[in-house]
Design a protein around this ligand. Structure first.
Ligand code: FMN
Length: 366
């Protein structure tokens, strides 16, 4: 299957199916010398794994990462880093029914239409478990970015109509609440709403936000490698993400230019902006301000209500899905968004190393 590789210099290839032996990622292009061990990666995987709260599927998956290559004596060697997570909690018989029919809202029909054959167990490659490899790679990207003073932070902005109040922004709450909201009041309201949806055999959508600080002006390339275009692709490639906004996003379409432009100012000799409606990117290139991205996520397609669908023999049938599914995807996808953002920004920063002759000459003359 094509399409499993992302990035140009920092290049990741994810592999594996939901109910196969294992999933993982190969990261090529990571510079040598980065201190790295399993714990650095495990911290991120633990934020993604199911079974950690009543709002995620009761699947218990340890998701323990093994580093197979590319690290020697605790540091990256500059060679491909291969990371593996074994699948240990699969109940494939839950999926026997969808072998011959198509879940509404999922990828069963389109995979069959394309390949004529699919690994239906747990959704195979279209499962949310595919994101294990992205998160493992993103953990490395985050660690590299930290060394350059760049910080990436994602959180749940809203679930259903319940929105986090960012004036109460509590970074600890992102890691400790069930919803990954940075606002404990909103977390409680959203949790009650989700419990109700779950009791009614339904699911809920939501919105996640991610900001990146410390990116200098000048990162990203014009035309086809625009930083905002690459971020949109990275994040839209996460299952169930249906729309991405940069900065004020869709709100700009109803504004006047005078309302939308960010005025430039000089602050301590540096060019800054009075506001950040652009979300830190102009012309596909970072402007030195905080990069802000928003992603809209649809409700979990696998719901336990009886639904109308069709089977492979062309008959219309009623379907009652079994298996274990999140009533909301957003809390587990937040770390995936953080990691895909980190991979994209890091790749753009590494690509930028060859942008200016004076700096290339400086580097090789040194
Ligand atoms: C972290 C994560 C967990 C997910 N968990 C589920 C799940 O439990 N059940 C389900 O039906 N879909 C789940 N999905 C969504 C499906 O993978 C996705 O909707 C499906 O592949 C169809 O792709 P599309 O929604 O992008 O069109 C999850 C996605 C992510 C990113």
């Amino acid at each position: 299957m094509a399409g499993s590789t992302f990035g140009t210099v920092f290049r990741i290839t994810t592999w594996g199916e939901s109910h196969g032996k294992a999933l993982g990622v190969v990261v090529d292009g990571c510079p040598a010398g980065l201190p790295l061990d399993e714990q650095d990666i495990q911290r991120y995987l633990d934020r993604r794994k199911p079974g950690t709260s009543s709002l995620t599927t009761p699947r218990r998956e340890d998701d323990l990462v093994e580093i197979l290559s590319g690290v020697f004596e605790g540091r990256t060697t500059g060679t491909p880093i291969s990371l593996l997570v074994r699948n240990t909690s699969q109940i494939s018989r839950d999926y026997n029914e969808i072998a011959s029919c198509y879940r509404p809202g999922h990828a069963d029909y389109t995979f069959d239409a394309k390949y004529g054959f699919r690994d239906y167990r747990g959704g195979g490659r279209s499962s949310g478990r595919e994101t294990v490899g992205r998160v493992a790679a993103g953990a490395i990207a985050c660690k590299l970015l930290e060394q350059m003073g760049v910080k990436v932070c994602a959180y749940t902005r809203s679930i259903g109509g319940i929105e986090a109040d960012l004036s109460r922004f509590d970074a600890d709450a992102i890691l400790s609440t069930k919803t990954a909201m940075p606002d404990r009041d909103a977390d409680q309201k959203a949790t009650a709403y989700l419990e109700q949806a779950r009791a009614e055999y339904d699911s809920v959508g939501g919105c996640m936000e991610c900001f990146v600080t410390g990116v200098p002006a000048g990162i990203g390339d014009p035309v086809f490698e625009k930083l905002d275009a690459n971020l949109a692709k990275a994040i839209l490639s996460i299952g169930a993400v249906k729309a991405v906004e940069i900065g004020d996003g869709t709100a700009v379409s109803s504004r006047l230019g005078s309302e939308n432009n960010d005025s430039f100012r000089i602050n301590d000799g540096t060019v800054t902006k009075a506001t950040n409606r652009a979300g830190g990117i102009l012309g596909g290139i970072s402007d030195g301000d905080t990069i802000l991205i928003r992603a809209h996520v649809k409700p979990t397609p696998s719901i336990f209500r009886t639904q109308q669908t069709v089977n492979r023999s062309g008959q219309e049938i009623d379907l009652q899905i079994k298996g274990r599914h999140d009533p909301v995807i957003v809390p587990r996808a937040v770390v995936v968004m953080e990691c895909m953002t980190a991979v994209t920004v890091l790749d753009a920063m590494l690509l930028n190393m060859s942008a200016r002759l004076d700096r290339i000459v400086d580097f090789y003359r040194r």
